[in-house]
Ligand binder design. Sequence first.
Ligand SMILES: *Cc1c(COP(=O)(O)O)cnc(C)c1O
Length: 446
Amino acid sequence: MNQGLEDFTPAALLRRAEPCLWLNPQRQALLPAALPVAGGCIGAQDTQAAAARLARFAPLLARLFPELAASNGVIESPLLPAAGLQQALGLAPGQGRLWIKADHRLPVAGSIKARGGIHEVLEFAEGLAVQHGLISAQACPADYLALAEPAARTLFARYTVAVGSTGNLGLGIGVAASALGFRAVVHMSLEAKEWKKERLRRRGVQVVEHAGDYESAVAAGRAQAAADPYSHFVDDERSLSLLLGYSAAALHLRQQLLDAGIVVDAAHPLFVYLPCGVGGAPAGITFGLRHVLGPHVHCFFAEPVQSPCFMLQMMAGQGGNPSVYDWGLSNQTEADGLAVPRASLPAAELMAPLLSGCLTVRDETLLRQLVQVLEATGERIEPSAAAGFSGPGMLTGSDAGQAWLRGQGLLAHLPRATHLVWTTGGLFVPDEEYERFVQRGRALAV
Ligand SMILES: *Cc1c(COP(=O)(O)O)cnc(C)c1O
């Protein structure tokens, strides 16, 4: 082994499945009012529209889901201080303060999919209800309670909502669709977690298992739904409704930051670290945050070393749509929510001017950090949800991160920075399953 000959560029590290940090040379500080995506354009008003839709449905959601009664139908998560975790993550006291956006606690879906997945089901239901005269296009939130009545349920029962998923999107879509009265079909890969399939079946959702990976489950579901006019397919690789549902999180986070006294401006940068699978969830949130908080928010996507599809896509540009298999990687990871071989092209297109960078993480690190999170905060997260915790250390502690911070003029502002790690799932992980993660994480720590 000759250290001098080893290549430490992101491409070489990726190929060797070693953790790496890639910084986006195309990021722009100032944004146009609308951004091109999938042949159309979206802007800040689309995030507002998604948030308004979620608000219109809130009374109905509170009625359908007892766990939403206390929040009056609002599906949200807390912003948690995490100073006790800083040292373990390698974030020195003078390098900013650590917070957690706790989407692992999101009700109904138990993951970040409660945002985008449920939004898309609601948008589909709303369109049908207006088209069939059950509510008017100007209906008030209270009018939406009519959608829990027999006329609406009979209408919805004629339709199928289908989705292809590694697990969590299926949980979100399946539970929301079946609660409204739709038939729900979730296409999953054989290796998807058994407890996720079980939970869906218990809710009356049809689970179709496919021999291949996530990508083949999506393709099969898409083809099956295309042949049926009474079927709506939630397309994780292409859907803008999903993406905009996720983006609405930014409006709520803005208020949480205000309430916590966290300032975001040139002298107080905000770094956000988001676990990334196909890219829709983190891209939606980044889109929302860049509009709502401006140029001083820097978003980074975090992926497993064996499934860095979004980083590959960002490096390739829109000319290609590379798969992790092309790079000799296995797509095998304990982070099942992130085990995606090929990124969403629309998400990557949208991220070209918005995203600050991508990073990759080993499975052992995910499991170790899952334990550190438990010990420092008592929070229970799943392995996918731990991906962002490598971010602060890699950004502030690596040569590439330091050089980028200096180049961006951010180094001097680091002491007043906020590092926000987005934890994306965990609420419904069964105790025995979670205990196994903890034991494996503890074994790795020694
Ligand atoms: C789905 C998911 C993500 C990433 O979302 P994508 O839209 O696939 O990028 C991250 N974490 C968890 C736990 C998820 O379920």
